[in-house]
Unconditional design. Structure first.
Length: 287
């Protein structure tokens, strides 16, 4: 195992060697070796982005590939925000915030059974759970109330939700999200995500449904867990779930996918595009 010599630290505490030890303890390197990867190299890049990024690469068949990229920060939710929603709040909630987390296998290709999701350039490695175990262990050590993320796309939120661990901090947003999951269940996850981004999903009023997510949270502390079990939160979820209804215009979705594919905004062409959603909206406006 190699690490780049650097004084950069993640969250001001964890250097590259610390992270390597944690990933090894979580079984990640063993799993990756089973997939044919070797000569792992982990670096913390503190110059290319606003926050330090963790980069894990490895060799396979003589070539080096980027396998994991992550960027983490910290988040504080003030008591005023919680109190306005009627949630228990005797002090602010502190979270470890996952800005970005990607794991990929550049040596494999997608299959018709599992096509790429928006912004997905390569198939996954199946080590996301190991990575999150490391994130959770750091959040616990730092005394955080949980782990938070802002899902950029619908499919990101669904993947976190299906883990049965992540819920939106706003109960009304959680209820609306569960209604979307319910009403778009007949679509593949990729199609549902594209449909929302391109305006193919309609609310009960007939207006296009938009995707602009708030914080999705994995609660760890007793205080955070109590919030999600509070009566006020449960009422917000139930009311929004019952009051939300969505439909998808299949013809509009088909046209949107064809248009985006022609422009290179789906699958391989969309990876790493920092303004993917903006370009999607441009295509939507042209129609």
């Amino acid at each position: 195992m190699q690490t780049t010599s650097s004084e950069a630290k993640l969250l001001g505490r964890y250097d590259a060697r610390d992270l390597c030890e944690r990933l090894a303890a979580a079984g990640m390197f063993r799993a990756l070796e089973g997939k044919g990867f070797e000569a792992f190299d982990l670096t913390i890049d503190a110059t290319s982005h606003a926050l330090p990024s963790v980069l894990l690469s490895a060799r396979r068949a003589g070539d080096r590939h980027l396998l994991l990229e992550a960027s983490l920060g910290e988040l504080t939710i003030d008591t005023e925000i919680l109190a306005r929603r009627g949630y228990p709040a005797d002090r602010p909630l502190e979270f470890l915030l996952v800005y970005w987390l990607r794991e990929q296998d550049p040596t494999r290709r997608f299959s018709p059974v599992r096509p790429p999701l928006p912004l997905q350039r390569h198939p996954g490695l199946g080590v996301l759970r190991s990575a999150f175990r490391v994130v959770v262990s750091m959040a616990t050590e730092l005394g955080k109330d949980g782990v938070a993320s802002v899902p950029k796309f619908f499919h990101d939120a669904v993947l976190f939700y299906r883990s049965r661990l992540f819920l939106f901090l706003d109960g009304a947003e959680q209820g609306r999200f569960e209604a979307l999951v319910r009403d778009l269940a007949r679509l593949s996850l990729a199609d549902a995500s594209v449909a929302l981004a391109c305006g193919s999903v309609r609310e009960q009023s007939g207006n296009p449904a938009s995707w602009c997510a708030g914080y999705q949270v994995l609660p760890l502390s007793e205080r955070a867990i109590a919030l999600f079990h509070s009566r006020a939160y449960e009422v917000d979820v139930a009311r929004a779930l019952e009051g939300s209804s969505f439909t998808c215009d299949d013809e509009l979705l088909a046209r949107a996918r064809a248009s985006l594919r022609e422009c290179g905004l789906l699958g391989l062409g969309s990876e790493g595009d920092p303004d993917f959603l903006g370009r999607v909206r441009e295509e939507r406006a042209r129609r």
